[in-house]
Design a protein around this ligand. Sequence first.
Ligand code: PMP
Length: 400
Amino acid sequence: MDILEKYRPLVERHKKMLELGQNAVGLRMDDVYSPTRARIDGKEIILAGTNNYMAITFDPACIKAGQKALEDYGTGTTGSRIANGSYALHLDLEKSLAGFLNRKHSIVFSTGYQANLGSIAGLAGPRDTVYLDADSHSSIYDACALSGARLIRFKHNNADDLAKRLRRSSEDEGGRLVVLEGIYSMFGDRAPLREFVDVKHEYGFELLVDEAHSTGVLGANGRGLADEAGLESDVDFVVGTFSKSFGAIGGFAASDHELFEMLRFAARAYMFSASPSPATIATVKEAIKQLESRPELRQKLRHNSERLHHGFKSLGLELCCDVPSPIIAVRIADEPTAVVLWNRLLEAGVYVNIALPPGTPNGVCLLRCSVSAGHSEQDIDKIIALFETVVLSLPEALQD
Ligand code: PMP
Protein backbone atom coordinates (compact mmCIF):
# COMPACT_ATOMS: atom_id res chain seq x y z
CA MET A 1 0.00 0.00 0.00
CA ASP A 2 1.18 3.53 -0.80
CA ILE A 3 2.25 5.00 2.52
CA LEU A 4 0.89 8.42 1.55
CA GLU A 5 -2.59 7.08 0.66
CA LYS A 6 -3.86 8.21 4.07
CA TYR A 7 -3.38 11.81 2.95
CA ARG A 8 -6.30 11.60 0.46
CA PRO A 9 -8.90 13.10 2.85
CA LEU A 10 -6.47 15.93 3.54
CA VAL A 11 -6.10 16.57 -0.19
CA GLU A 12 -9.91 16.81 -0.49
CA ARG A 13 -10.12 19.19 2.47
CA HIS A 14 -7.39 21.36 1.02
CA LYS A 15 -9.04 21.37 -2.41
CA LYS A 16 -12.28 22.64 -0.87
CA MET A 17 -10.35 25.41 0.89
CA LEU A 18 -8.77 26.49 -2.41
CA GLU A 19 -12.19 26.54 -4.12
CA LEU A 20 -13.22 29.19 -1.59
CA GLY A 21 -10.17 31.44 -1.87
CA GLN A 22 -6.47 31.36 -1.30
CA ASN A 23 -4.43 28.97 0.77
CA ALA A 24 -5.38 30.05 4.29
CA VAL A 25 -2.92 27.61 5.83
CA GLY A 26 0.03 28.52 3.63
CA LEU A 27 -0.07 32.27 3.21
CA ARG A 28 2.79 33.97 1.39
CA MET A 29 4.07 37.35 2.59
CA ASP A 30 6.16 38.97 -0.13
CA ASP A 31 7.62 41.69 2.06
CA VAL A 32 7.49 42.30 5.77
CA TYR A 33 7.69 46.02 6.46
CA SER A 34 7.32 46.11 10.25
CA PRO A 35 5.88 44.05 13.12
CA THR A 36 2.40 45.08 11.99
CA ARG A 37 2.64 45.48 8.20
CA ALA A 38 3.42 43.19 5.26
CA ARG A 39 2.87 43.11 1.50
CA ILE A 40 0.54 40.31 0.53
CA ASP A 41 -0.87 39.96 -3.00
CA GLY A 42 0.64 43.33 -3.88
CA LYS A 43 -1.16 45.15 -1.06
CA GLU A 44 -0.07 46.49 2.31
CA ILE A 45 -1.90 44.50 4.98
CA ILE A 46 -2.27 44.99 8.74
CA LEU A 47 -0.83 41.96 10.52
CA ALA A 48 -3.06 40.79 13.36
CA GLY A 49 -1.99 37.16 13.55
CA THR A 50 1.73 37.04 14.27
CA ASN A 51 2.23 36.60 18.07
CA ASN A 52 4.63 39.54 17.77
CA TYR A 53 3.43 40.81 21.13
CA MET A 54 6.23 43.23 21.99
CA ALA A 55 6.75 44.34 18.37
CA ILE A 56 10.51 44.05 18.63
CA THR A 57 11.25 42.07 15.46
CA PHE A 58 12.52 45.27 13.83
CA ASP A 59 14.08 46.78 16.93
CA PRO A 60 17.36 48.41 15.80
CA ALA A 61 19.35 47.22 18.85
CA CYS A 62 18.16 43.60 18.37
CA ILE A 63 19.02 43.71 14.67
CA LYS A 64 22.44 45.19 15.38
CA ALA A 65 23.19 42.53 18.01
CA GLY A 66 22.18 39.79 15.53
CA GLN A 67 24.35 41.30 12.78
CA LYS A 68 27.37 41.54 15.05
CA ALA A 69 26.99 37.90 16.14
CA LEU A 70 26.74 36.84 12.49
CA GLU A 71 29.99 38.60 11.74
CA ASP A 72 31.80 37.46 14.89
CA TYR A 73 30.57 33.86 15.15
CA GLY A 74 29.33 32.93 11.64
CA THR A 75 25.99 31.69 10.39
CA GLY A 76 25.41 28.56 12.45
CA THR A 77 26.71 26.40 15.26
CA THR A 78 26.57 23.22 13.15
CA GLY A 79 25.90 20.91 16.04
CA SER A 80 24.48 20.18 19.46
CA ARG A 81 26.06 21.67 22.55
CA ILE A 82 26.74 18.24 24.05
CA ALA A 83 28.66 17.02 21.01
CA ASN A 84 30.07 20.24 19.59
CA GLY A 85 30.33 22.58 22.56
CA SER A 86 28.68 25.81 23.57
CA TYR A 87 29.53 29.27 22.32
CA ALA A 88 30.11 31.89 24.99
CA LEU A 89 26.93 33.48 23.60
CA HIS A 90 24.78 30.52 24.71
CA LEU A 91 26.13 30.66 28.24
CA ASP A 92 25.72 34.45 28.40
CA LEU A 93 22.14 34.16 27.24
CA GLU A 94 21.33 31.48 29.81
CA LYS A 95 22.74 33.75 32.52
CA SER A 96 20.70 36.75 31.34
CA LEU A 97 17.59 34.64 30.99
CA ALA A 98 17.95 33.15 34.48
CA GLY A 99 18.30 36.73 35.76
CA PHE A 100 15.23 37.92 33.86
CA LEU A 101 13.17 34.94 35.03
CA ASN A 102 14.56 35.15 38.58
CA ARG A 103 15.51 31.45 38.47
CA LYS A 104 18.78 29.76 39.40
CA HIS A 105 19.06 27.77 36.18
CA SER A 106 17.96 28.15 32.59
CA ILE A 107 18.52 26.00 29.51
CA VAL A 108 18.09 27.26 25.97
CA PHE A 109 16.56 25.10 23.23
CA SER A 110 16.37 25.65 19.47
CA THR A 111 12.57 26.12 19.42
CA GLY A 112 9.74 26.37 21.94
CA TYR A 113 8.43 23.05 20.65
CA GLN A 114 11.77 21.46 21.52
CA ALA A 115 11.78 23.16 24.91
CA ASN A 116 8.57 21.31 25.78
CA LEU A 117 9.75 18.08 24.21
CA GLY A 118 13.10 18.26 26.01
CA SER A 119 11.75 19.39 29.37
CA ILE A 120 8.67 17.22 29.75
CA ALA A 121 10.16 14.08 28.21
CA GLY A 122 13.41 14.75 30.09
CA LEU A 123 11.70 15.20 33.45
CA ALA A 124 9.12 12.41 33.19
CA GLY A 125 9.90 8.82 32.29
CA PRO A 126 7.95 5.56 31.97
CA ARG A 127 7.51 5.22 35.77
CA ASP A 128 6.06 8.73 36.13
CA THR A 129 2.64 10.26 35.48
CA VAL A 130 2.01 13.49 33.59
CA TYR A 131 -1.29 15.31 34.18
CA LEU A 132 -2.23 17.49 31.23
CA ASP A 133 -4.88 20.13 30.77
CA ALA A 134 -7.10 18.85 27.94
CA ASP A 135 -6.44 22.02 25.89
CA SER A 136 -2.66 21.66 26.04
CA HIS A 137 -0.56 22.67 23.05
CA SER A 138 0.45 19.86 20.68
CA SER A 139 4.10 20.17 21.73
CA ILE A 140 3.03 19.20 25.26
CA TYR A 141 1.07 16.18 24.02
CA ASP A 142 3.99 15.14 21.81
CA ALA A 143 6.36 15.52 24.75
CA CYS A 144 4.19 13.15 26.79
CA ALA A 145 4.16 10.58 24.02
CA LEU A 146 7.95 10.78 23.81
CA SER A 147 8.39 10.50 27.60
CA GLY A 148 6.66 7.12 27.83
CA ALA A 149 5.04 8.41 31.05
CA ARG A 150 1.47 7.60 31.94
CA LEU A 151 -0.70 10.42 30.60
CA ILE A 152 -3.78 11.61 32.48
CA ARG A 153 -5.85 14.46 31.03
CA PHE A 154 -7.98 16.69 33.19
CA LYS A 155 -10.76 19.07 32.09
CA HIS A 156 -9.54 22.40 30.80
CA ASN A 157 -8.78 24.88 33.58
CA ASN A 158 -10.55 22.65 36.09
CA ALA A 159 -8.52 22.26 39.28
CA ASP A 160 -11.26 20.11 40.91
CA ASP A 161 -11.04 17.64 38.06
CA LEU A 162 -7.27 17.48 38.50
CA ALA A 163 -7.74 16.87 42.25
CA LYS A 164 -10.19 14.04 41.48
CA ARG A 165 -7.69 12.38 39.16
CA LEU A 166 -4.84 12.82 41.64
CA ARG A 167 -6.96 11.13 44.33
CA ARG A 168 -7.67 8.21 42.03
CA SER A 169 -4.03 7.66 41.18
CA SER A 170 -2.48 8.28 44.58
CA GLU A 171 -1.08 4.76 44.72
CA ASP A 172 1.00 5.39 41.63
CA GLU A 173 4.71 4.93 41.80
CA GLY A 174 7.04 7.53 40.39
CA GLY A 175 6.83 11.30 40.13
CA ARG A 176 3.76 13.35 39.28
CA LEU A 177 4.15 16.28 36.90
CA VAL A 178 1.27 18.66 36.20
CA VAL A 179 1.54 20.80 33.07
CA LEU A 180 -0.38 24.07 32.56
CA GLU A 181 -0.10 27.01 30.19
CA GLY A 182 0.02 30.66 31.21
CA ILE A 183 -2.19 31.86 28.34
CA TYR A 184 -3.73 29.15 26.15
CA SER A 185 -2.74 29.62 22.54
CA MET A 186 -6.10 29.22 20.84
CA PHE A 187 -8.68 30.81 23.17
CA GLY A 188 -6.38 33.26 24.97
CA ASP A 189 -7.65 32.24 28.41
CA ARG A 190 -5.37 31.93 31.45
CA ALA A 191 -4.91 29.02 33.82
CA PRO A 192 -6.52 29.71 37.23
CA LEU A 193 -3.12 29.26 38.81
CA ARG A 194 -4.14 29.93 42.43
CA GLU A 195 -6.65 27.05 42.29
CA PHE A 196 -4.07 24.66 40.86
CA VAL A 197 -1.49 25.70 43.44
CA ASP A 198 -4.02 24.96 46.21
CA VAL A 199 -4.42 21.46 44.75
CA LYS A 200 -0.64 21.16 44.61
CA HIS A 201 -0.37 21.95 48.32
CA GLU A 202 -3.02 19.36 49.14
CA TYR A 203 -1.85 16.47 46.95
CA GLY A 204 1.79 17.15 46.11
CA PHE A 205 3.15 17.15 42.59
CA GLU A 206 5.62 19.08 40.52
CA LEU A 207 4.26 21.93 38.45
CA LEU A 208 5.46 22.99 35.01
CA VAL A 209 3.95 26.06 33.37
CA ASP A 210 4.41 26.76 29.68
CA GLU A 211 4.51 30.56 29.56
CA ALA A 212 4.97 30.70 25.75
CA HIS A 213 2.22 33.30 25.28
CA SER A 214 2.53 35.02 28.65
CA THR A 215 6.26 35.78 28.98
CA GLY A 216 6.75 39.47 28.31
CA VAL A 217 2.99 39.92 28.42
CA LEU A 218 1.87 39.29 32.01
CA GLY A 219 3.24 40.21 35.42
CA ALA A 220 4.92 43.27 36.89
CA ASN A 221 8.27 41.96 35.59
CA GLY A 222 6.92 40.43 32.40
CA ARG A 223 7.71 36.93 33.62
CA GLY A 224 4.27 35.57 32.86
CA LEU A 225 1.19 34.30 34.64
CA ALA A 226 3.00 33.11 37.79
CA ASP A 227 4.58 36.56 38.09
CA GLU A 228 1.17 38.21 37.71
CA ALA A 229 -0.39 35.85 40.27
CA GLY A 230 2.51 36.18 42.76
CA LEU A 231 2.96 32.39 42.66
CA GLU A 232 6.38 31.94 41.09
CA SER A 233 7.76 29.98 44.04
CA ASP A 234 4.99 27.39 43.57
CA VAL A 235 5.99 26.74 39.95
CA ASP A 236 8.84 24.24 39.74
CA PHE A 237 9.59 24.51 36.03
CA VAL A 238 8.92 27.31 33.55
CA VAL A 239 9.02 26.67 29.81
CA GLY A 240 8.74 29.30 27.10
CA THR A 241 9.60 30.36 23.60
CA PHE A 242 11.61 33.09 21.94
CA SER A 243 9.26 33.11 18.95
CA LYS A 244 6.67 35.47 20.42
CA SER A 245 7.52 38.33 22.83
CA PHE A 246 11.26 37.95 22.16
CA GLY A 247 10.68 38.35 18.41
CA ALA A 248 13.14 35.60 17.42
CA ILE A 249 13.15 31.80 17.52
CA GLY A 250 14.15 29.30 20.18
CA GLY A 251 12.86 28.18 23.54
CA PHE A 252 13.84 27.81 27.17
CA ALA A 253 13.25 25.97 30.40
CA ALA A 254 14.12 27.35 33.82
CA SER A 255 14.00 26.19 37.41
CA ASP A 256 15.49 26.61 40.89
CA HIS A 257 15.83 22.85 41.36
CA GLU A 258 19.37 21.88 42.37
CA LEU A 259 19.46 19.00 39.85
CA PHE A 260 17.99 20.95 36.96
CA GLU A 261 21.27 21.26 35.05
CA MET A 262 21.23 17.46 34.61
CA LEU A 263 18.25 17.93 32.27
CA ARG A 264 20.83 18.73 29.61
CA PHE A 265 21.76 15.02 29.66
CA ALA A 266 18.18 13.76 29.71
CA ALA A 267 16.51 16.06 27.18
CA ARG A 268 16.84 14.40 23.78
CA ALA A 269 15.65 17.58 22.04
CA TYR A 270 18.66 19.34 23.58
CA MET A 271 21.21 16.55 23.13
CA PHE A 272 20.40 15.49 19.61
CA SER A 273 19.64 18.78 17.86
CA ALA A 274 21.86 21.67 16.82
CA SER A 275 22.00 24.63 19.19
CA PRO A 276 20.45 27.98 18.23
CA SER A 277 22.40 30.11 15.77
CA PRO A 278 24.68 32.92 17.00
CA ALA A 279 22.47 35.61 15.45
CA THR A 280 19.40 34.21 17.19
CA ILE A 281 21.10 33.99 20.57
CA ALA A 282 22.45 37.53 20.37
CA THR A 283 19.08 38.88 19.24
CA VAL A 284 17.31 37.21 22.16
CA LYS A 285 19.85 38.53 24.64
CA GLU A 286 19.14 42.06 23.43
CA ALA A 287 15.39 41.35 23.45
CA ILE A 288 15.59 40.48 27.16
CA LYS A 289 17.08 43.92 27.80
CA GLN A 290 14.18 45.47 25.93
CA LEU A 291 11.59 43.50 27.91
CA GLU A 292 13.28 44.52 31.15
CA SER A 293 13.73 48.18 30.34
CA ARG A 294 10.53 49.00 28.43
CA PRO A 295 7.52 48.12 30.61
CA GLU A 296 5.55 50.58 28.46
CA LEU A 297 5.44 47.89 25.76
CA ARG A 298 3.48 45.65 28.12
CA GLN A 299 1.13 48.49 29.01
CA LYS A 300 0.56 49.35 25.36
CA LEU A 301 -0.13 45.70 24.58
CA ARG A 302 -2.67 45.54 27.40
CA HIS A 303 -4.32 48.73 26.18
CA ASN A 304 -4.53 47.41 22.61
CA SER A 305 -5.84 44.01 23.76
CA GLU A 306 -8.57 45.62 25.85
CA ARG A 307 -9.56 47.94 22.99
CA LEU A 308 -9.88 45.09 20.49
CA HIS A 309 -11.68 42.83 22.95
CA HIS A 310 -14.15 45.58 23.83
CA GLY A 311 -14.68 46.46 20.16
CA PHE A 312 -15.38 42.85 19.19
CA LYS A 313 -17.73 42.41 22.13
CA SER A 314 -19.65 45.52 21.10
CA LEU A 315 -20.14 43.98 17.66
CA GLY A 316 -21.70 40.95 19.33
CA LEU A 317 -19.02 38.54 18.10
CA GLU A 318 -18.75 35.27 19.97
CA LEU A 319 -15.40 35.44 21.76
CA CYS A 320 -13.68 32.42 23.28
CA CYS A 321 -12.60 34.26 26.41
CA ASP A 322 -14.31 36.96 28.47
CA VAL A 323 -11.06 38.36 29.84
CA PRO A 324 -8.95 40.36 27.38
CA SER A 325 -5.54 38.96 26.45
CA PRO A 326 -3.38 39.48 23.35
CA ILE A 327 -5.04 36.41 21.85
CA ILE A 328 -8.61 37.21 20.86
CA ALA A 329 -10.41 34.39 19.09
CA VAL A 330 -13.79 34.73 17.37
CA ARG A 331 -15.86 31.59 17.03
CA ILE A 332 -17.18 30.89 13.53
CA ALA A 333 -19.95 28.41 12.71
CA ASP A 334 -18.08 26.05 10.39
CA GLU A 335 -14.93 25.56 8.34
CA PRO A 336 -16.15 26.81 4.90
CA THR A 337 -17.53 29.99 6.50
CA ALA A 338 -14.29 30.55 8.40
CA VAL A 339 -12.34 30.15 5.15
CA VAL A 340 -14.59 32.59 3.26
CA LEU A 341 -14.39 35.19 6.03
CA TRP A 342 -10.63 34.81 6.37
CA ASN A 343 -10.27 35.53 2.63
CA ARG A 344 -12.59 38.52 2.78
CA LEU A 345 -10.73 39.99 5.75
CA LEU A 346 -7.45 39.62 3.89
CA GLU A 347 -8.90 41.27 0.79
CA ALA A 348 -10.18 44.09 3.01
CA GLY A 349 -6.70 44.63 4.48
CA VAL A 350 -6.17 42.55 7.64
CA TYR A 351 -4.41 39.26 8.19
CA VAL A 352 -5.64 37.10 11.08
CA ASN A 353 -5.14 33.39 11.79
CA ILE A 354 -7.62 30.78 10.77
CA ALA A 355 -7.63 28.01 13.37
CA LEU A 356 -9.36 24.75 12.55
CA PRO A 357 -9.68 21.28 14.08
CA PRO A 358 -7.64 19.29 15.02
CA GLY A 359 -5.58 22.33 16.05
CA THR A 360 -8.40 23.77 18.18
CA PRO A 361 -10.10 22.59 21.37
CA ASN A 362 -13.53 20.94 21.03
CA GLY A 363 -13.39 20.98 17.23
CA VAL A 364 -14.27 24.68 16.95
CA CYS A 365 -13.41 26.97 14.00
CA LEU A 366 -11.81 30.29 14.84
CA LEU A 367 -10.64 33.55 13.40
CA ARG A 368 -7.85 34.23 15.85
CA CYS A 369 -6.26 37.65 16.28
CA SER A 370 -3.04 38.30 18.11
CA VAL A 371 -2.52 41.87 19.23
CA SER A 372 0.84 43.64 19.25
CA ALA A 373 2.24 46.59 21.20
CA GLY A 374 3.14 47.88 17.73
CA HIS A 375 -0.49 48.36 16.69
CA SER A 376 -1.72 51.93 16.85
CA GLU A 377 -5.20 52.75 18.14
CA GLN A 378 -6.14 53.40 14.50
CA ASP A 379 -4.96 49.91 13.58
CA ILE A 380 -7.11 48.38 16.31
CA ASP A 381 -10.12 50.45 15.25
CA LYS A 382 -9.57 49.45 11.64
CA ILE A 383 -9.47 45.76 12.58
CA ILE A 384 -12.76 46.20 14.47
CA ALA A 385 -14.32 48.06 11.51
CA LEU A 386 -13.21 45.36 9.06
CA PHE A 387 -14.67 42.60 11.24
CA GLU A 388 -17.90 44.61 11.38
CA THR A 389 -18.09 44.91 7.60
CA VAL A 390 -16.93 41.41 6.77
CA VAL A 391 -18.14 39.14 9.56
CA LEU A 392 -21.45 40.84 10.33
CA SER A 393 -22.31 40.82 6.61
CA LEU A 394 -22.64 37.05 6.99
CA PRO A 395 -24.86 36.67 10.10
CA GLU A 396 -25.00 32.88 9.73
CA ALA A 397 -21.23 32.88 10.33
CA LEU A 398 -21.84 33.36 14.01
CA GLN A 399 -24.48 30.67 14.47
CA ASP A 400 -23.22 27.40 15.78
N1 PMP B 1 3.91 26.17 23.64
C1 PMP B 1 2.81 26.86 23.28
C2 PMP B 1 1.73 27.07 24.28
C3 PMP B 1 2.71 27.38 21.99
O1 PMP B 1 1.61 28.06 21.62
C4 PMP B 1 3.77 27.17 21.08
C5 PMP B 1 3.74 27.72 19.65
N2 PMP B 1 2.71 28.44 19.26
C6 PMP B 1 4.87 26.43 21.48
C7 PMP B 1 4.91 25.96 22.78
C8 PMP B 1 5.99 26.15 20.54
O2 PMP B 1 6.80 27.26 20.36
P1 PMP B 1 7.69 27.47 19.06
O3 PMP B 1 6.79 27.97 17.98
O4 PMP B 1 8.70 28.46 19.48
O5 PMP B 1 8.28 26.16 18.68
